[in-house]
Design a binder for this molecule. Structure first.
Ligand code: PLP
Length: 399
């Protein structure tokens, strides 16, 4: 018999299942709000002009395709550090930042998880309740026990900060805390700057290991303000991890561009940490692919392309915000009693709308509008053509 005879079918990824059902739907007015991707007003994934210009220059130069350094080229890792910590960062100058190119934000979490497991095999990992669904799976696959810390408060549609603090204060030293650096996925509810400062102090007091996941830098307020959590941890003198993703901010999803940065206590420590991180990478995929990282490095290190990119990123951010307020206004115009203005306060690509699983089901059955059963919708899938229709559908199901 086959060596695969006993292989069981793995459970389906709920979001991929949603996409399959959407693709099979023949209604022409259907809308997919279940995605985690930025679409422009024409419903297309944009190819940014800054990316296009950097790609054109690269292809014209026809560079050879040798192996990259295991941690990626310095042109890329330095650009990532400057973006996260600021070009004038004392940590960078002191050699206290180790950065490795990674296969998207997911790849950064993966190599970070594998490295942490070697560092402290008995530690537990804590993720927000709720969190991006892959956080749990990634750290469990690295061999960790993964638990939740309280995060979202459905009643206030904000963060249950008292609950979160209580939980963190009770954790064992060495526990790994996964924190969404900005634009929390899936809720859109972020900590305030003052709350971040408190989290930093709790991590110090309790000896926790902070791991910041930065997948949406630039999507809330801008590149600098969205780095506030990273900057507060930098100023604290603590050691911490940051995963970066450029999937959304450069619209480079399939190129798999990301990075893992580890802030250490000294330059000498950085050398040892990097040597171990390189072993993790070498036994995973040896060294990173060239193209996406080269494009991001070229954009970030050219004054002209960087400005172009910042303007395009601001355009994406502003369009999402316009969709937030547009949706709230359009729902209100349908004479709905329920107040949806909280959608404007939420940050990033997503909103926890408060729609129940039954209401989400009705949106799909009656209107061809697809959302995650938790009520999460992607604001970047709304556009000037479908926003009115989506607002009508929401009004119908909540009335
Ligand atoms: N972390 C969070 C919170 C995300 O939402 C995502 C993508 O949706 C990622 C990480 C992974 O990003 P990437 O596609 O670069 O692997």
């Amino acid at each position: 018999s086959s060596i695969f005879a006993a292989v069981e079918m793995a459970p389906r990824d709920p979001i991929l299942g949603l996409n399959e059902a959407f693709n099979a739907d023949t209604r022409s007015h259907k809308v997919n709000l279940g995605v985690g991707v930025y679409y422009d007003d024409n419903g297309k994934i944009p190819l940014l002009a800054a990316v296009k210009a950097a790609e054109k220059a690269r292809l014209e130069a026809m560079p050879p395709r040798g192996y990259q350094p295991i941690e990626g080229p310095a042109s890329y890792t330095q650009a990532v550090q400057n973006l996260l910590l600021g070009a004038d960062s004392e940590l960078i100058a002191a050699g206290r930042v180790v950065t490795a190119q990674a296969l998207g934000g997911t790849g950064a979490l993966k190599i970070g998880g594998d490295f942490l497991k070697r560092l402290n095999p008995s530690a537990k990992v804590y993720i927000s309740d709720p969190s991006w669904e892959n956080h749990r799976a990634l750290f469990e696959a690295a061999g960790f026990q993964v638990e939740n810390y309280p995060y979202y408060d459905a009643a206030t549609r904000g963060v249950n900060f008292a609950g979160m603090k209580d939980c963190l204060l009770g954790l064992d030293a060495g526990s790994v805390i996964i924190l969404h650096a900005c634009c929390h996925n899936p809720t859109g509810a972020d900590l305030s700057d003052a709350q971040w400062a408190e989290v930093v102090e709790i991590c110090r007091e309790r000896g926790l290991v902070p791991f910041l996941d930065m997948a949406y830098q630039g999507f809330a307020e801008g590149i600098e303000p969205d780095a506030v959590a990273v900057r507060l941890f930098s100023a604290s003198g603590l050691q911490f991890f940051v995963s970066s993703s450029f999937s959304k901010s450069f619209s480079l999803y399939g190129e798999r561009v990301g990075a893992l940065s580890i802030i250490t206590a000294s330059k000498e420590e950085s050398g040892r940490v990097l040597s171990q991180l390189k072993r993790v990478i070498r036994t995973n995929y040896s060294n990173p692919p060239i193209h996406g990282g080269a494009v991001v490095a070229a954009v970030l290190s050219s004054t002209e392309l960087r400005q172009m990119w910042e303007d395009e990123l601001a355009g994406m951010r502003d369009r999402i915000r316009a969709m937030r307020s547009g949706l709230v206004d359009a729902i209100k115009a349908q004479n709905v009693a329920q107040d949806f203005s909280f959608v404007i306060q939420q940050r990033g690509m997503f909103s926890y709308t408060g729609l129940t699983a039954a209401q989400v089901e009705r949106m799909k059955d009656e209107f061809g509008i697809y959302a995650v059963s938790t009520g999460r919708i992607c604001l970047a899938a709304l556009n000037s053509k479908n926003i009115g229709y989506v607002a009508e559908a929401i009004a119908q199901v909540v009335k």
